[in-house]
Design a protein around this ligand. Structure first.
Ligand code: SAH
Length: 225
């Protein structure tokens, strides 16, 4: 499964012109401490510029978050890399749930590493744009749903890993309950300006919590629109 196995001619054309920009971004990520070759290789391949508005495409390979409409952002590449690395470090998960599809970029990165992705987004318009991008790139191992992701996706649980890409006040217990034994959850937690990236793994006697450092995400909100 690769973005190159079902090439879309238009996508490939633009992708080629961006390859050098992607190579430079990946070198920078490696220099900043991203070590997992699997993550770097996927980010070298996946055209991030196709996950944002054309007007911003020239900035796609800068290491910054960018607006995607509806007051939401596509995450900074370093943060995508760090979260992906943290999620697959101890065991490569097969079934992964993402809360907060947004542009679809984080989900697309993971879809090239794991067997099956599930992603939930509360804003319908963003979800529809993301689905169009998945189709265009031939990413056919992604199932998506328009819903309040704080509830997870109970019909499809359990998941080997769960990644949350918007910050809640605390870890959501509904999400923890949908983790498989030995599962791993990565999520930003805390109020704007004071968020930390948490990794939670199921240990023999309870949850193992690790603080992976300060981050800045949009808030996790209830309901749908
Ligand atoms: N993973 C995304 C990051 C998008 S920003 C990317 O790679 O582009 C976070 C996203 O989480 C936003 O699109 C926001 O609408 C969504 N979100 C916030 N609260 C949510 C909730 N309760 N359920 C589902 N999605 C949510």
């Amino acid at each position: 499964m690769s973005v190159f196995s079902r090439p879309d001619p238009a996508a490939r054309g633009v992708g080629m012109t961006s390859q050098r920009a992607r190579d430079r971004l990946v070198e920078r990520l490696a220099g900043e401490g991203i070590r997992d070759r699997r993550v770097l290789d996927v980010m070298r391949t996946l055209p991030r510029h196709q996950f944002i508005d054309e007007a911003l495409a020239s900035r796609a390979y800068e290491d910054t978050a960018l607006p995607i409409g509806k007051s939401q952002t596509i995450s900074q590449p370093f943060v995508v890399a760090r979260m992906t690395e943290a999620l697959i470090e101890h065991r490569l998960p097969q079934r992964v749930l993402e809360i907060g599809t947004g542009s679809g970029y984080q989900c697309a990165v993971l879809s090239l590493l794991v067997e099956q992705m599930f992603t939930v987004e509360r804003i319908d318009e963003l979800l529809r744009n993301a689905r169009r991008r998945f189709r265009k790139l031939g990413l056919d191992n992604i199932r998506s749903r328009h819903d309040d992701g704080r509830l997870g996706w109970s019909d499809e649980a359990p998941f080997d890993a769960i990644i949350v890409t918007a910050a809640g006040a605390a870890l959501e217990s509904a999400l923890l309950s949908q983790l498989a034994p030995q599962g791993c959850l990565v999520a930003p937690v805390g109020p704007t300006g004071r968020q930390t990236l948490m990794r939670v793994r199921a240990g023999d006697d309870g949850w193992l919590e690790e603080n992976l450092g300060a981050v800045s995400f949009v808030p996790l909100r209830g309901g749908t629109e």
